[in-house]
Design a protein around this ligand. Sequence first.
Ligand SMILES: Nc1ncnc2c1ncn2[C@@H]1O[C@H](COP(=O)(O)OP(=O)(O)OP(=O)(O)O)[C@@H](O)[C@H]1O
Ligand SMILES: O=C(O)C1=C[C@@H](O)[C@@H](O)[C@H](O)C1
Ligand SMILES: [Mg+2]
Length: 192
Amino acid sequence: MPDAQSLQAIRTALGQRSVVLVGLMGCGKSAIGRRLAYKLVLPFVDADEEIEKAAGKSIEDIFAEHGEPYFREGERKVLARLLRSGPQVLATGGGAFMNDETRAAIAEFGVSVWLKAELALLVRRVGKRGNRPLLKAGDPEAVLQSLMDKRYPVYAEADITVESRDVPHDVIVGEIVESLSRALAVPSEVAR
Ligand SMILES: Nc1ncnc2c1ncn2[C@@H]1O[C@H](COP(=O)(O)OP(=O)(O)OP(=O)(O)O)[C@@H](O)[C@H]1O
Ligand SMILES: O=C(O)C1=C[C@@H](O)[C@@H](O)[C@H](O)C1
Ligand SMILES: [Mg+2]
């Protein structure tokens, strides 16, 4: 695990930029993001929670009462605001990175990390909670496969890709920290 000096070097290299986690539902953006923020001693912000606060209702209710296009517009606005208040670790909603404007804002105000996961892992993980409206449209496995086909080529534009898998959360956090050191060109004598 990197020492305090290399974590400080990452914070310095980030400046006001955020570490922005992207990826499909269940890949671990919230669970890993929270731990990564703790490690980097940065605030953790979950965009889905911020959208719910801004709307005063749950994502499920936003989808049910107003539809997906309304949710996406709110998501774009909330992310534009959040990205201007770094540094922080920011977990995005699964669809946020698909918006061209949001993707450009993430490139400007952040370093993006894609938590790439296989279908079987996502199916296992999302089965535990039933509050994801997109997965209610049909068989969750088929929906996730279709989202993977559409989204993985776009998620691949992220600055960093880390394989999400069933290993202790801290292993994934460690890999992100190492990739951040490399991507931000933190001097190797500090990163070691
Ligand atoms: N490395 C890991 N090992 C085991 N379980 C994990 C790991 N990473 C995440 N999980 C678990 O997978 C589930 C889904 O993770 P999480 O809610 O963080 O995904 P998410 O990407 O935020 O999803 P959403 O886009 O729906 O918000 C959680 O129960 C979480 O604890
Ligand atoms: O993948 C998606 O499009 C979504 C993922 C969730 O994080 C929420 O933002 C919402 O349920 C939509
Ligand atoms: Mg989440």
